[in-house]
Design a protein. Sequence first.
Length: 75
Amino acid sequence: MNKQRAAEIASSPVMANVTFGDNPVYIQHVDEENDTARIYPLAHPEQEQEVPIDMLMEHEPAQFEANTPIACPNK
C-alpha cells in the first residue's frame, strides 16, 4: 500500500478491508515522514503497533447482505 492511500483510509469514516500479514487491521494513524502506520488487529484492539506502510494490503470490499458501509471505531 502507498502512504497516500493509507492516509485516506485512516481518515475515512468507512472501514476498509486492510490486512497486515493475514490479520485484518484498522489503521489509526499514518506517519508519512517515516512511512509507517499505527494499526491494531480488529480481533485484538489492545495490540497497537507501528508497521511499515508497504506491509499493509488493501483487499476488495467484503460483500454484505445489506451492502451498507461499516463505520470505523471512534470516527
